[in-house]
Ligand binder design. Structure first.
Ligand code: PEP
Ligand code: MG
Length: 578
């Protein structure tokens, strides 16, 4: 009987294959009380196991091919570093002395301690690192228990064309599997920043995580289909046929797209269009590398703040920005200051004084919250300024509504600059400072605000929400969420024209920019700079390359005057056909 199981899709695509189930059987660890004269020998046994674990990981590391799209070596290096950390080298020895117990048990005690600390952090990124620690400790415990070393074995040939289903996969597992023709990964645990997710995205193969209990319903060699966040087990013939057809269509399309990875985004009539990507985590840089973007047009930083009790400190901010800057190798990054509130809620009431707005989208969100809570905002501003000494960094402010906010942030930046200068801390004094145009009030005043900033970016997700009074997250009114509403198009057009008149660069980073139906319309309205999500990047580039700007502008003008849906649909058709 076919069944469908829902998980979290972390890497897009369709895969059809046989299930290969991996069971990491838990190793049973018992406590033994050791006589005192045996302790030194036990410590020597423990240290030997650590040394063997290092050798195993080094052997796995050596298997990583140099053309690997993702820097998997760093995953393995993280495990190697953990093996050298005193938490694993010294503390277990102290525990062996203290409890006069066997090394496996001492490691178990230490693992429980560390996991407890990680659990309190409640940060999705750190909880992914928690499983790293568990994996490293399990490796040492397996060695102590005399389990066979799988790193020397040839990789299971069953993996060819398999859909791997596991509880979780360690970086070492994925290294051993990566060149064996695996079609997709599906795990019961893990989140969007788990190694499986990162690796799958960077290899461009589909992956689903969080498929709790899936392995209870799937047998080895069952036919399974992975699509988005769903896994279909034992599909009937009609479903199988449907997915086979779709899969080959997607494959042909992707193959054609990958050919333009290195092509410049220049229209047929020679206009250069800046095309960058939006990211949310430093780990997204792997996907950015895969699609070949040279810059990040929107780095949403609120994900550093979510699902945790305490806001990140300056160093955490700095470290995250540094990772992105390093990965960009000189390319530009626009770091957006935090946009908490509305659909991006936070846990700790200290962030917002317990004042939960009746309508969060209209409440203390983004720059409003930042200006009210400088203790939240200043560490981020300092970190961005410090990061500006390391690469091409631009700072962007979300949800700006009034000119006063732009001035207030400028003053804060000046204050922090003075502070950094007095401490001889480096920053780029020319770091561009820009704002998002996502509240109609400020979009209508683009001409007034443009002279005060270095650049502007249209955030159409919110601009549409606030212009049309449609909650972007409310499914009931979703049918009214219309990027083609004349009010939205007019606001976009007015902002572009006003920015151009003021000589200030304007770009777009809302989802509308990555929607293939609207790319040519936006070009016709005058936009020359786009930032889109990594999945849409190559598709958008393809459209740009095949567009003729001159023919688009008159049609876009017509669109601004359209009065009915059918008229708009007709014009859009002509825009996308020419
Ligand atoms: C937008 O509003 O268009 C935007 C890019 O910001 P976010 O989706 O993060 O609100
Ligand atoms: Mg927004």
């Amino acid at each position: 009987m076919s069944i469908t199981i829902q998980g979290i899709g972390v890497s897009k695509g369709i895969a059809i294959g046989k299930a290969h189930i991996i069971r990491h059987e838990p190793i049973e660890i018992n406590e033994y009380c050791l006589p005192e004269y045996f302790i030194e020998e036990e410590i020597a046994r423990f240290e030997n196991a650590l040394a063997i674990a290092r050798q195993q990981l080094q052997r796995i590391r050596a298997r990583i091919s140099t053309d690997s799209v993702v820097d998997i070596a760093t995953f393995i290096d993280t495990h190697l570093l953990m093996l050298d950390d005193s938490l694993l080298t010294r503390v277990p020895i102290d525990l062996i002395y203290e409890h006069q117990c066997n090394a496996e048990w001492a490691l178990k005690l230490q693992c429980d301690n560390i996991v407890q600390i990680f659990d309190q952090m409640e940060d999705p990124y750190l909880s992914a690192r928690k499983s790293d620690i568990e994996q490293v400790i399990a490796r040492v415990q397996r060695i102590l228990r005399g389990c066979p070393d799988t790193t020397k074995e040839p990789v299971d040939t069953d993996l060819v064309n398999a859909i791997v289903l596991a509880d979780d996969l360690s970086p070492a597992d994925t290294v051993l599997m990566q060149h064996h023709g695996i079609l997709a990964f599906a795990t019961e645990y893990g989140g969007t920043t788990s190694h499986t997710a990162i690796l799958a995205r960077s290899l461009g193969i589909p992956a689903i995580v969080g498929l709790r209990h899936a392995r209870s319903y799937i047998q080895p060699n069952d036919t399974v289909i992975v699509d988005g966040g769903v896994i279909l087990v034992d599909p009937d013939e009609r479903s199988l046929h449907y997915y086979q057809v779709r899969k080959s269509e997607v494959k042909r399309y992707r193959a054609a797209l990958s050919k333009i990875k290195k092509s410049p985004s220049i229209t047929r009539d020679g206009t250069h269009i800046t095309l960058h990507v939006n990211i949310e985590f430093p780990e997204d840089m792997l996907a950015v590398k895969r699609v070949g973007s040279s810059g990040v047009g929107l780095y949403r930083t609120e994900f550093l703040f979510m699902n945790r009790q305490k806001p990140p400190d300056e160093e955490e901010h700095f470290e995250a920005y540094n990772q992105v800057i390093e990965a960009l190798k000189g390319g530009p990054v626009t770091i957006r200051t935090l946009d908490l509130g509305a659909d991006k809620q936070f846990v700790d009431s200290r962030f917002h004084d317990g004042l939960l707005a009746t309508n969060p989208a209209l409440g203390l969100r983004a720059i409003r919250l930042c200006l009210k809570k400088p203790q939240l905002f200043k560490p981020q501003l300092r970190a961005i300024l410090r990061a500006s000494a390391l690469g091409q960094v631009r700072m962007m402010i979300p949800m700006v509504c009034g000119i006063q906010e732009v001035v207030q942030v400028r003053l804060l930046i000046d204050e922090i600059r003075t502070e950094l200068r007095n401490k001889s801390i480096k920053f780029d004094p020319q770091m561009p400072y820009g704002i998002m145009l996502e509240v109609p009030a400020i979009a209508l005043c683009t001409d007034l605000v443009a002279p005060l900033v270095d650049f502007l970016s249209l955030g159409t997700n919110d601009l549409i929400q606030y212009t049309l009074a449609i909650d972007r997250g409310d499914e009931v009114v979703n049918y009214l969420y219309d990027p083609l509403h004349p009010a939205v198009l007019r606001l976009i057009k007015m902002s572009i024209d006003a920015a151009k008149k003021a000589g200030k660069p304007i770009s777009i980073c809302g989802e509308m920019a990555g929607d293939c139906r609207y790319v040519r319309l936006l070009l016709g309205l005058g936009l020359r700079s786009f930032s889109v999500n990594p999945e849409a990047f190559l598709e958008v580039k393809q459209i740009i390359i095949n567009s003729d700007i001159k023919s688009l502008a008159p049609l876009a003008d017509k669109m601004l005057l359209a009065t009915s849906h059918s008229e708009m649909a007709n014009i859009l058709l002509r825009i996308n056909d020419c």
